[in-house]
Design a protein around this ligand. Structure first.
Ligand code: SF4
Length: 180
């Protein structure tokens, strides 16, 4: 049984909504996505080891991704009271990050150097050490896909993954890069 078959068996036990395997060459990088980070659209620019500029240039992020031979993109979707339900959005994100920890553990059993990318910022510590001291938990610090300049919105349809799961839901994406 190959590695992907074993991994799929383990993923089937987790509450992932949708996932797809792809080649790192299929990842769509966009400078515009990174520009949004640099415009501080989510307020995390220069505030976390998981975000720009700490993650390096888009070119170095691309190089890192291309150093792996496989990738996997997955989603969760959670109901929220409305698009203004910030508490619901945050709770959904924390649940997504907890699932991302579980997915990371699956992949890292097969490739201890698997790279995990997730949602904006990092939710692990109450206060990030950035930029005064090294990251406290580098194994649990998952850089944001946006910070890597990855255009998840454009990638999803080609992978048969829904970017939007309907009114009053929030859909989050994470990505794993690993070597077979
Ligand atoms: S794990 Fe803690 S120190 Fe590291 S990036 Fe996340 S919040 Fe910052």
């Amino acid at each position: 049984m190959n590695k992907q078959t074993e991994i799929k068996k383990e993923l089937a036990q987790l509450p992932i909504l949708e996932y797809a395997f792809l080649k790192p060459g299929e990842i769509i990088f966009s400078k515009e996505v990174r520009d949004l980070c640099e415009g501080n659209s989510c307020g995390m620019y220069h505030k976390s080891w998981a975000c720009p500029p700490a993650v390096g240039s888009v070119e170095s992020c691309m190089e890192k991704c291309y150093g792996y031979d496989q990738a996997m993109l997955f989603t969760t979707a959670t109901a929220v009271a409305s698009s203004f339900d910030m508490k619901g959005w945050m709770q959904a994100r924390l649940e997504h990050e907890a699932l991302t920890d579980q997915v990371a553990a699956v992949f890292r059993r097969y490739d201890k150097d698997a790279l995990i990318l997730s949602t904006e910022g990092c939710t692990v510590c109450k206060k990030c050490t950035y930029p005064d001291a090294p990251c406290r938990f580098p194994d649990r610090m998952y850089p944001a896909t946006e910070g890597y300049g990855i255009m998840v919105m454009q990638m999803a349809p080609a992978l048969n993954i829904r970017y939007n799961n309907g009114a009053n839901t929030v859909t989050y994406f994470s990505m794993v890069l690993f070597n077979e």
